[in-house]
Design a binder for this molecule. Sequence first.
Ligand code: MV4
Length: 493
Amino acid sequence: MKKILVANRGEIALRVMRSAKEMGIATVAVFSEADRNAPFVKYADEAICIGPAPSNQSYLKGDVIIEVCKKLGVDGIHPGYGFLSENAGFARKVKEAGLTFIGPNPESIEVMGSKLAAKAAARKYNIPMVPGTEDAIADPEQAKRVATEVGLPILIKASAGGGGKGMRIVENMEELEEQMNRAISEAQNAFGDGSVFIERYVAGPRHIEIQVLADTHGNIVHLFERECSIQRRHQKVVEEAPSAVLTPELRAAMGASAVDVARSCNYVGAGTVEFLVDENLNYYFLEMNTRLQVEHPVTEMITGVDLVKEQIRIARGERLSFAQEDLKINGHALEIRVYAEDPLNNFLPDIGTLQTYQRPSGPGVRVDDGFEEGMSIPIFYDPMISKLITHAKNRDEAIARMVRAIDDYKITGVQTTLKFCRWAIQQDAFTSGKFDTHFVKQYFTPEVLKEEMPKEEVVAALMAAALFGKQKATAVISQQQPKNSNWRRARLD
Ligand code: MV4
């Protein structure tokens, strides 16, 4: 593989190109008109504009991207995350064009894209799963029988969903039929597939995922877990590795299960197996993400493995150069996602120009970003500015280092989630490790950020929020707009 095209933008495009460069591989960027001056475009050996700003006219144009590959003599395509990364049809077309898709086979993407098919595949390997239905369900009477059997509350999930899309909680039998019918019609509208299934609702779970790598020779290893329970409306806020709650035994068991899930769909490449872990440390398989994830750096920090390089080596047909026994956890890593969003105003995207943009640095600090000072954040895509990652010899030091790095990070011109993250990682519930997926809902109100900010700033921000309350309401509604809305955040994880 001599030349790779990165079918993505922003920090992840840059991240992928850096590893390619270290491997002596030339890089091609494709970009939209909104990204003309972006660092990833300048960094690439060659760069081609593929269309206007909206993703469906640029980054989602698979056929155009394949044409660029043919023209420029590209060998392989790295899809990053989001956009075309989990599009089985695209992966298939890439293959048919004689190019290498740096990712799993289209068949694996397809199986894991259907949550029912994923669970059916995993069932053959005795992976622990939440009790519920094995097939799609549409008959309300049957649904009531299942609900009685597994016990209320239950969750109705869309098979074509994932990442929390199309999920509905049902607390009592009276609302079951209506909720199910709504879930079916929503799933039909959103995904073109109205299949839904039922699971018992796990009340206060942690979200823990396992990174796997699989080569084309049947070797599969896991690279331990990432704790992703600190999230807000299915948007991850803080990720860490390792998890504060896993024992070595549980880690080994979940790792073995994750490897089996990968095996169950003939997986090749880097993938992530998501689990719920309940308060008694029972774990349940949820779904598998068939791409490189946003939060992959924390795994890189604690294992010393460059996941992008491994993806490329695997795509070249090489064998994994290490076995499970060779992998060890070294220290502790944290990642926070820095968004151009206003935590004092319901996390509304606050796009604008990065008037000041000074990164933190120093020992154990990594910043994965795609912006420079003076650039404006396009309204067309996810408003993530960067990922701030710290690594230290233990969890307490990684947290202290993160607080320091946040304080050293100077961003003006847009509101960011920096102070929200600073608050989160200093909560007793976080520092003690005793938290679950309800952390933000449980503890966060805009007022808690008072301590994180100078007083005048709080007053001004809260007043602005109150004054523009009406505007805010409109914007919230537009955030809930369907698929093609620019504000609808690409579901990354
Ligand atoms: C669940 C659950 C409780 N019980 N399934 C949300 C994302 C999708 N991957 C699955 N999700 C959940 N599935 C059962 N049976 C709770 C969630 C959930 C969640 C999971 C992980 C991280 C954050 C979450 C936030 C709300 C709900």
